[in-house]
Ligand binder design. Structure first.
Ligand code: C2E
Ligand code: CA
Ligand code: CA
Ligand code: CA
Length: 279
């Protein structure tokens, strides 16, 4: 019995130390990644469904790991949130987007805005608003070139605080998008109370509406709701022309998805979408 007890303990302690070790490694690697600029923003176009014109880009972070190669955000965003590093990632992507916005403007690439994802953790930090102001000022970008994407989740916790932060962002000209719309616990009251500009319909609706009648009804009604409230409605994850046509018919204004392009590094955005500068 003594023997078994020890074995059990050893087994347990081994698996425990493995998971702790993994987390320490990711944490260590992430800190290093932030310092050594291994985290980079890719950009994915958004286009007007009516005119097919590209009017905006969404910044999406990637981790260029020296050993493991390109790592997608769903592999590290949650860890970064848990260990309190997510705001550093969000601010890094925000700053890159603002610098890039300036360059694109100078190149004559006409964009309404660049959209940046902000984690609920970042949104609820005391330094969030001041950091946005500081970065806009430092890089001399006007607020209306920036859209902030937040999830419904970020708005539920403290609605007085959310209202104040959003009102201040609006004063700067920054627009606000609700990301993954339709998947969260939508009380929808924030659509009445808060100054939202854009609804981004979650990709799952675009994936499923053709096979599921109820999803189609909800999708069409979300678009109508958004339009009736005067919001820009963006459909995420458009992969086929059929989806593009249907969403246009349903009244959606803006699309984003592989049909146009995957998230791409700046050089490829420039090569594929930025018109050659008239000399
Ligand atoms: P999201 O904000 O909902 O971003 C959209 C995701 O859908 C992106 O995944 C994008 O590559 C993917 N996508 C777009 N169009 C298509 C399509 O046609 N087909 C398919 N299969 N996928 C498509 P990605 O880049 O892997 O990002 C995943 C999530 O990670 C994002 O979801 C966002 O929640 C988070 N994330 C990314 N960058 C940041 C960041 O800088 N800060 C924070 N806090 N979160 C970020
Ligand atoms: Ca997003
Ligand atoms: Ca989304
Ligand atoms: Ca998402």
């Amino acid at each position: 019995a003594k023997e078994m007890g020890r074995n059990r303990f050893e087994l347990h302690s081994q698996s425990l130390s493995t998971s702790v070790q993994q987390r320490i490694t990711i944490e260590h690697d992430l800190r290093e990644a932030l310092q050594e600029r291994q985290l980079i923003a890719y950009y994915q176009p958004q286009w007007e469904l009516q005119t097919k014109e590209i009017t905006a880009l969404e910044a999406l972070v990637r981790w260029q790991h020296p050993e493991h190669g390109l790592i997608a955000p769903d592999q590290f965003i949650e860890v970064a949130e848990k260990i309190g590093l997510i705001h550093l990632i969000d601010y890094l992507v925000l700053e890159d987007s603002l610098k890039q916005t300036l360059r694109w403007h100078a190149q004559g690439f006409k964009l309404k805005q660049v959209a940046v994802n902000i984690s609920p953790y970042t949104f609820h930090r005391q330094d969030f608003l001041s950091t946005v102001v500081e970065l806009l000022t430092r890089h001399q970008v006007s607020g209306d070139s920036l859209e902030i994407e937040i999830t419904e989740h970020a708005l539920l916790e403290d609605s007085d605080y959310s209202r104040e932060v959003l009102a201040n962002l609006k004063k700067l000209g920054v627009t606000i998008a609700i990301d993954d719309f339709g998947t969260g616990f939508s009380s929808m009251s924030y659509l009445r109370d808060l100054q939202i500009d854009t609804l981004k319909i979650d990709k799952s609706f675009i994936d499923q509406y053709q096979d599921n009648a109820a999803t189609g009804i909800i999708l069409r009604n979300i678009i109508q709701l958004g339009r009736s409230l005067g919001l820009n409605v963006v459909a995420e994850g458009i992969e086929t022309e059929r989806q593009e046509q249907d969403l246009t018919r349903f009244g959606c204004q803006t699309g984003q998805g592989y049909l146009c392009a995957k998230p791409l590094p700046v050089e490829q955005i420039n090569a594929q979408f930025v018109p050659a500068k008239a000399s």
